[in-house]
Every structure is written in C-alpha cells, then in structure tokens.
Design a protein around this ligand. Structure first.
Ligand code: PLP
Length: 387
C-alpha cells in the first residue's frame, strides 16, 4: 500500500506530514511501516506523556474500556469524579469541566470569564486580553484568541472582543485592561507554537496582580506546557502565581482526547446547568487513562523531568551549529544555524524524530524517556546541527 498516496487522496489536505508512516511503538521507540526504528522526541506534540503503549496506562484504559466506555453526562460515572478530585487537590482549583481538546478547554475558559464578568459588571465586560505570538486553538473563538495574524487569514469575521498585547510588555497590558471593560487575560506561560518562549516572571506576576485588582480572570493555557512537562505539574507553578482558570489537554490523558478547564475559587460557581456541555466530555475511558497518568506525576517523576532537561541542555548548549536553547523542562526549543527543517530531516534519517516550532527545532519527549536513549538522541541532534 502507498499510504502517503492514499492519505493525499482521501484526507483533507490540512497537514504537511513528514514522509514516515508510524505503525507501532513501545516507550520512546517507534517503528515505521518498513520496520525502521526511531527514538521519538516529538511525543505526539506533548501528548504521549509516557511514550507509546505504556503498560500501566494501557491497563488503566483497557480495564475501564471493558467496564463502561460512555454513558452520556445524564448519569454519574466514577473516573471523571476521581480525576477532577485529584486535579483540584494537586492545584488548589475548585471545579473542573471536562471536554475533548485544548481548543475546547480554552473555549470553556473564555465562556467562564465572560459569564463571570457579565453577571457581575454588565454585558459590555467581554474583552479578553491575549498575547501577540500566542496559540490557543483552531475553533473560530480560539483562533480569535490566538495572537498571530497568519492563523486568522481567510476565516474572518472571528469572534469579537479580543485584544492582543506584546508578551512581557507590562505597560501595554495595563493599558489594555485599563481602557477596555475586560473579562480576563489568557496566556501560555511558555508560548509553544510561537517558538517555545517562556514569559518573564515579572510580566506573569503583573498579569496576576492586574487580574486581581480589576476582578477579572487570569487564565493559564496549560495545554502544551502542563501535566508535568515543565518539571512542575503545571507551568504556572514556576511563576509564583495562582491563576483563576487553568485550561489543559494534550498530555493530560497520555494519548487519548481529553480537555480540562480547572476553575478556581473566584469563578467556581459561574457554570450552571445548561450553560455549557460536551457529549464526550469526561469520557470514562479518557478519564481513567488521565487518572493513571496524574497519579504517576509525583515528585520523583518531576525531578526526573528536570534531570532530563539538564541532560539535553548540557548536551547541546554551545555545540557547533546551536545558537540557543529555550523552554522549560521537557518542552525545549533549539535555535540552529541551519534552517530547522534541514536539522529535522537529518535527525529523521539517523532515526530521531523531532519537530519544529516556528524556526526552532522543538523537543517534547516522553517524560520517562530512558536517560541513555535520550543521550544518544541528543548526540544525533548535535551531529545534525554541526554538519
Ligand atoms: C495545542 C494547543 C492548543 C489546541 O489544542 P487542540 O487539542 O489541538 O485543540 C491550545 N493551546 C495551546 C497552548 C496548545 O499548544
């Protein structure tokens, strides 16, 4: 079978894929249809928290699959309750709404912010401040939230009421919230699609202070950096703040579609019956998978993420052809002298899968990738950058 040709024929042409068809994986190793093995440092774009076919996760998922796969949200189920309880215990948040993706988790966050502000201060309090170069999803509202013109093209009119400010520009942020009736501020503490760029601590703290002063919601988009990837459970935990809303997805369920919007004390009672919903949201199989992942994201595991992060940084910092390394934990961006596409292709030839973020090479390996396997892969990246 010519899988690439069939894909071109039958699938919407939305992705420029690498010329590899992956058929089987185990941990951080994955094989293509010709039997070639790769070390995977792409992690399904930060989704495969513990790599491929992790046995503990597979057992949690299949156990649930053989009990109840879906019920509708008209009935109580157990996995979503256990997962929400654990998420709240680990974050100090008070309520959780489950959906199926990052975009939906952000849609919910935006709805919560608007409902909170409009009930308290009136209909005109609708504005959401987001950052230039952000990424929040592909629905029309989360596209509007995304502060990159390129994504908006051909899809206007988008949802109204979004303001964009430059990352790390505190006075621009103050100006935006002081001149508009706002409902919230939405930001990724590490811009992922924007090029793996961590925000400055002062800026994030200023956003938290402003949100508190104005009684609007500070929303952390933790879709990519969340769920242990940063070396803490959530990325905001590096910044000494407590957001009012946290949205997450990607790595949450280790490879199954699950989004979550965590709502803190301030807005915990905003959502009421009928105000939001999702047919698949809180799916028992996805939640059972997520619960098994979350239980394993303990201090030892998170320390291991930091250790692996150092291993990558030490292996690449100052290496020939490497300009800089940015990011947190195991979400790293490498600025290379050669175009990143060349480095990515050279790595793939040598059996290492990496992806890009803007002009950088991006690494999002499984959080438990064996250190020896990671070291060997870093050596391959070094060679690819130097050649
Ligand atoms: C991937 C991503 C999204 C969108 O998630 P989907 O599951 O693709 O809808 C939103 N925000 C951030 C920060 C992301 O990285």
């Amino acid at each position: 079978m010519d899988w690439m040709e069939l894909d071109k024929t039958y699938l919407a042409n939305t992705y420029s894929r690498f010329p590899v068809t992956l058929v089987r994986g185990e941990g951080s190793t994955v094989w293509d249809d010709a039997g070639k093995a790769y070390t995977d440092l792409s992690g399904g774009i930060a989704v495969n928290t513990f790599g491929f076919s992790d046995p503990v996760w597979v057992k949690a998922v299949t156990d649930q699959l053989t009990k109840v796969q879906h019920t509708s949200n008209l009935f109580y189920t157990q996995p979503d309750i256990l997962l929400a309880k654990e998420l709240c215990a680990r974050t100090g948040m008070k309520k959780v709404f489950f959906s199926n993706s990052g975009a939906e988790a952000n849609e919910c966050a935006i709805k919560v912010a608007r409902k909170y502000a409009q009930e308290k201060y009136g209909k005109d309090h609708c504005y959401i401040v987001t950052l230039v170069n952000s990424f929040h999803g592909r629905t029309l509202t989360t596209l509007a939230a995304t502060g990159q013109e390129a994504f908006h093209k051909d899809f206007t009119p988008l949802t109204e009421g979004f303001l964009y400010v430059e990352a790390n520009n505190i006075s621009a942020l103050e100006e935006a919230v002081n001149t508009h009736p706002c409902a919230g501020i939405l930001m990724e503490v590490v811009q992922g699609e924007g090029g793996v760029i961590p925000l400055e601590r002062d800026f994030v703290q200023a956003a938290a202070r402003l949100a508190a002063e104005k009684d609007i919601l500070l929303m952390a988009d933790e879709v990519q950096i969340g769920n242990g990837r940063s070396g803490k459970l959530y990325g905001y935990m590096h910044y000494g703040i407590q957001p009012d809303v946290v949205s997450t997805a990607k790595g949450l369920a280790g490879g199954l579609p699950l989004g979550a919007t965590l709502i803190g004390e301030k807005a915990k009672d905003v959502l009421t019956p009928g105000s939001h919903g999702s047919t698949f949201g809180g799916n028992p199989v996805c939640c059972a998978g997520a619960l098994s992942i979350l239980e394993r994201l303990d201090d030892a595991l998170l320390t291991g993420v930091e250790k692996r992060s150092d291993l990558v940084r030490k292996g690449l910092e100052g290496a020939p052809g490497v300009k800089s390394i940015t990011g947190l934990g195991l979400m790293l961006g490498i600025e290379t002298e050669k175009p990143c596409a060349e480095v990515i292709a050279a790595c793939r030839e040598k059996g290492v899968l990496v992806i890009s973020a803007k002009t950088k090479v991006r690494l999002l390996p499984a959080l438990n990738i064996p250190e020896a396997q990671l070291s060997a892969a870093v050596q391959v990246i070094r060679e690819a950058c130097a050649e």
